[in-house]
Design a protein. Structure first.
Length: 137
């Protein structure tokens, strides 16, 4: 009697491995997408809180000059996330509309909304979080 596997046995093992991979690959890709969306949602939250803290603590005369680099250099953010920008516009006296934009283009807006940020909207390629801050001083 010979030792080893027959060709049919090896083909069956390969078919089983291929079937398992076809099930596992989409699950793994979905997990990566969910993790990225969670990371983007957390960055939105961190930048929003950092902006509000900076605005209320430092009381800047011109909030339009606040950006990610400012928040990071002043210690309000522990790291500087990539693909995020901040724009500030004055709407009425003492009220500023802040837009945080994520321009990575690799995250689905619905997945970010499912991570606890239903107020996030999307444009053609960007995700946008809009909120107001009020000058109280």
């Amino acid at each position: 009697m010979r030792k080893g596997f027959t060709l049919v046995e090896l083909l069956i093992v390969l078919a089983v491995i291929a079937a398992l991979m076809s099930v596992a690959t989409p699950l793994a890709l979905n997990a990566v997408k969910n993790a990225k969306a969670s990371q983007v949602a957390q960055n939105f939250r961190n930048i929003k809180v950092a902006f509000e803290n900076y605005f209320n603590t430092e009381k800047p005369e011109d909030p339009k000059s606040i950006n990610i680099a400012t928040l990071y250099s002043e210690g309000y953010l522990s790291s500087s996330p990539t693909n995020f920008t901040i724009t500030v516009a004055a709407t009425t006296a003492g009220v500023y509309t802040v837009k945080i934009t994520y321009s990575g283009g690799d995250v689905d807006v619905d997945k970010v909304k499912n991570n606890g940020l239903p107020e996030v909207t999307s444009s053609a390629t960007d995700l946008i979080l809009t909120f107001n801050v009020y000058k109280w001083w």
